[in-house]
Write a protein that binds this ligand. Structure first.
Ligand SMILES: [Ca+2]
Ligand SMILES: [Ca+2]
Length: 331
C-alpha cells in the first residue's frame, strides 16, 4: 500500500469546500479551527497506510485522490468492510456489498470525502461537474468550449464525450488532486478569465501517479511532470490545428516531460550530454512498459513521441483511451 501525503487542499485558507445543505456552515473562526485541526491530523498521519479503494473500476491506493461525478449520481466505491465513507463528519452514502454507495450532492463543486477505519485513511476530492447540457452555443458560463467532440461510431465505448465539466475558480489552482499533481496542471491553456472549465478522467490521474513512480524508480528525482498540455477545449484544440478527436478534448491525455533541473524543457535522461530524441524515446519506453505491466486495461492507451522544436523541448503524449495507440518517431 502507498503512504499518505498531506491533504493540502484543505490547508489552503482561501479555499472553501462545500458543506452538505443539511449541516450548518461553520463561521470563519470555526473554519480556521477546522483547517488547523486537519493540518495537525495530516502532519501526524503523514505516514499512515492508505487503503485501496476501487473507483470506477480502477484500484486507487494514494491520497489525496479524485472522483469526478455528475450531480446526484450514485457511485459505488469498493473497499474493505469496516471502512467508513464520510463527508464533513457524516456518512456520505450507504454501505452495500463490497463497499459504499456514494450519494453525490446535487450542486456542482468540491466536496472533501474521507475513507477511514482500520490502520489508515484516504482523502478524496469529489469534484461534482456542471453538466455538458449547460453548454450553449459553444460557451459555458461565458467560457469558450466549442462543439462537443465528434466521437467515433466504430468505437463508441471509448469515445463518449465528457458528461460534465469541473468549474475551476482561481483559488482552486493549487488544489492537490493527487500526491504529485495539482489542478493547475490540467487546465486548458486558452486565455480567459475565471471560472474556467475542465474535463478530467480519473484514469489519467491513476496513470500519471503510476508513471511518475516508474520514472522515479529509474532514478529521476522529480516530484511531478512538466506539462505541455492536458485538457483542451474543442475550441482551443481546433485553434491549434489538432484533430477533432484528440484525447485531450476527452480529458484523459497529457503531453509531459521530465524536468528535474526546472528549466522547462526535457532533461538529458540518458546522460549523454544531449537533449534529443533519445531522451524522448527513453521516457516513452518507460510509459509503454508501465501501461503493459499495469494489468489494467483502462490504463492502456496512447503513447506519442515528439521531438524538440523551437517552441518546446521533446515530450511524450500519454492517454488512457482504453486501447493501444503509438505514434511519433522512435530511434
Ligand atoms: Ca529540464
Ligand atoms: Ca540525452
Amino acid at each position: 500500500m502507498a503512504t499518505s501525503y498531506s491533504f493540502t487542499l484543505m490547508c489552503t485558507a482561501r479555499m472553501r469546500p462545500r458543506w452538505p445543505r443539511s449541516m450548518r456552515r461553520p463561521g470563519e473562526g470555526e473554519m480556521r479551527f477546522v483547517i488547523c485541526m486537519i493540518m495537525i491530523c495530516c502532519c501526524t498521519q503523514a505516514r499512515a497506510e492508505v487503503p485501496v479503494v476501487q473507483m470506477r473500476g480502477l484500484a486507487v491506493d494514494f491520497s489525496p485522490a479524485v472522483l469526478v461525478a455528475s450531480p446526484g449520481e450514485r457511485v459505488h466505491l469498493g473497499m474493505e468492510s469496516g471502512l467508513e465513507l464520510s463527508m464533513a463528519g457524516a456518512p456520505a452514502g450507504v454501505r452495500e456489498a463490497g463497499g459504499w454507495l456514494l450519494q453525490v450532492p446535487a450542486e456542482p463543486g468540491l466536496y472533501p470525502l474521507r475513507v477511514s477505519g482500520g490502520a489508515g485513511e484516504m482523502h478524496i476530492n469529489l469534484l461534482v461537474t456542471v453538466p455538458a447540457t449547460a453548454v450553449v452555443d459553444g460557451r459555458l458560463n461565458g467560457y469558450r468550449m466549442g462543439p462537443a467532440p465528434p466521437g467515433n461510431p466504430r468505437l463508441p465505448q471509448f469515445y463518449s464525450p465528457p458528461a460534465g465539466f469541473i468549474e475551476v475558480t482561481e483559488d482552486m489552482l493549487d488544489l492537490q488532486l493527487t500526491p504529485h499533481f495539482q489542478l493547475r496542471q490540467f487546465l486548458c491553456k486558452q486565455r480567459s478569465g475565471y471560472p474556467k472549465y475542465l474535463a478530467l478522467r480519473e484514469s489519467l490521474l491513476v496513470l500519471l501517479e503510476g508513471l511518475l513512480g516508474a520514472v522515479r524508480e529509474r532514478g529521476y528525482a522529480v516530484e511531478t511532470f512538466g506539462v505541455i498540455s492536458a485538457y483542451r477545449t474543442p475550441w482551443y484544440n481546433r485553434k491549434i490545428g489538432n484533430v477533432a478527436n484528440s484525447r485531450h478534448v476527452y480529458g484523459d491525455a497529457m503531453d509531459l516531460f521530465v524536468d528535474a533541473d526546472g528549466d522547462g524543457r526535457m532533461d538529458d535522461l540518458n546522460r549523454d550530454g544531449r537533449r534529443d530524441k533519445a531522451d524522448v524515446e527513453l521516457l516513452a519506453g518507460i510509459a509503454e512498459a508501465y501501461m503493459a505491466g499495469s494489468g489494467e486495461q483502462r490504463l492502456h492507451g496512447g503513447v506519442g513521441r515528439y521531438r524538440k522544436n523551437a517552441r518546446h523541448g521533446g515530450f511524450v503524449h500519454v492517454d488512457t483511451r482504453g486501447f493501444s495507440a503509438r505514434w511519433g518517431a522512435s530511434q
